[in-house]
Design a binder for this molecule. Structure first.
Ligand code: F6P
Length: 380
């Protein structure tokens, strides 16, 4: 079979997380599988682009390998990468389409000059939003979903989520012993800018007493009342999980400063500290706050992120081989599949507070197979 050569680029953008390296490894291994030239008539060359879109904007396309922005990848280079967290390629929150500093012309011209026939972009809504615009401009792109927030639509899984949940669960386990010893309340802040998945599923995994999510503004009075009722019922200590994007009714977002990144996001944070102060004042129970912050994105990928990174990486190359561009690989209903990038961008996958959360107890849902809510008591 006649062989066609094709050079592809791979990059990771946005916040790092566990699971990126397994995905990179399996894109490289699948693209360089020696059976592809024989069976599909295509021979890939894989270029690793450093620091997300920033690498493609900053590279000198006439001497790419002499710069710190591009590195050729092969199976030997990536052999052990799946054991490590973060991203061996580096990442950035650079937005080439930033209206205040539009670098999209440089990006498009560098892609052409580097001879990149396709780009595999691993990222969340920001990175894949850029990928979508490139696709609309005629560039061949394939996306892989990642974000510990799990807020991308059209997929049941985004890389990094399960590792972050494991970290939350283990950290809450550690807090329990000290919280119980001192009979304290601990308010634990998780990430989750718009979506409460990390707080909700982290709270369910760790057995938190109260879970507060961005999808349902909470009442401070009710939190205090739940705590006092719990203490009257015999609780010696309390764990409250709150997502960074959650807030009491009538309050604005809790932000760390006015500065925005190049995608227009302000850094969130501070709700746990605020809430701890309010609870302590109202209940007179000693209350501490802790922000898990970037610990949730650290460490080695759990087994699930290694497997999902592998499957997503392999599926991304399957799309390349099929010439099926402008798609994001996705996990839906137990199957690895692909969806158009255009269907993913500009929407969020949020917790349905009516069906996936218990608004009465500020906790995980208590009915799963019964359609009726616990609040409706048909038998009186
Ligand atoms: O994008 C996911 C996320 O983990 C959000 O939950 C969080 O608000 C943000 O990243 C923090 O990112 P940074 O690394 O820029 O502080």
């Amino acid at each position: 079979m006649a062989k066609r050569k094709s050079r592809i680029g791979i990059l990771t953008g946005g916040g790092d997380c566990a699971g990126l390296n397994p995905a990179i490894k399996w894109v490289v291994k699948t693209a360089l599988d020696e059976r592809l030239p024989r069976e599909q008539g295509i021979q890939y060359e894989v270029m690793g682009i450093r620091d997300g879109w920033k690498g493609l904007i900053s590279v000198d396309p006439t001497a790419p390998y002499r710069s710190e922005h591009i590195t050729p990848l092969n199976s030997e280079v990536v052999r052990t990468w799946d054991r490590f967290g973060g991203t061996q390629l580096g990442t950035s929150r650079t937005n080439p389409y930033n209206p205040k500093d539009d670098r999209s012309k440089t990006l498009l011209s560098n892609i052409e000059k580097l001879g990149l026939e396709a780009i595999v972009a691993i990222g969340g809504d920001d990175t894949l939003g850029v990928a979508c615009r490139l696709s609309q401009a005629g560039v061949n792109v394939v996306g892989i979903p990642k974000t510990i927030d799990k807020d991308l639509p059209e997929t049941d899984y985004t890389l990094g989520f399960e590792t972050a949940l494991t970290i939350i669960t283990e950290d809450v386990d550690k807090l329990r012993t000290t919280a119980a010893s001192h009979q304290r309340i601990f308010v634990v802040e998780t990430m989750g800018r718009h979506a409460g998945w990390l707080a909700l599923e982290g709270g369910e995994s760790s057995g938190a007493f109260i879970i507060l999510i961005p999808e349902h503004d909470f009442s401070l009075e009710k939190v205090n009342q739940l705590v006092l009722e719990g203490r009257r019922a015999g609780a010696r200590y309390d764990i409250i999980l709150v997502a960074e994007g959650a807030k009491p009714v009538g309050y604005p977002d809790f932000v760390k400063g006015a500065k925005e990144d190049s995608f227009g996001h302000k850094a969130l944070g501070g709700i746990a500290d605020f809430l701890a102060g309010e609870i302590q004042q109202a209940t007179k129970i000693e209350t501490r706050s802790i922000v898990l912050s970037h610990l949730q994105r650290g460490g080695a990928p759990c087994a699930y992120d290694r497997r999902m990174g592998r499957y997503f990486g392999i599926a991304a190359v399957d799309l390349l081989v099929r010439g099926d561009f402008g798609k994001m690989v996705s996990y839906k209903g137990g199957q690895i599949t692909a969806v158009p990038l255009e269907a993913v961008i500009g929407r969020l996958s949020l917790v349905n507070a009516e069906t996936q959360y218990d608004i009465d107890t500020y906790n995980g849902r208590r009915t799963i197979l019964r359609p009726e809510s616990l609040r409706v008591k048909p038998h009186g």
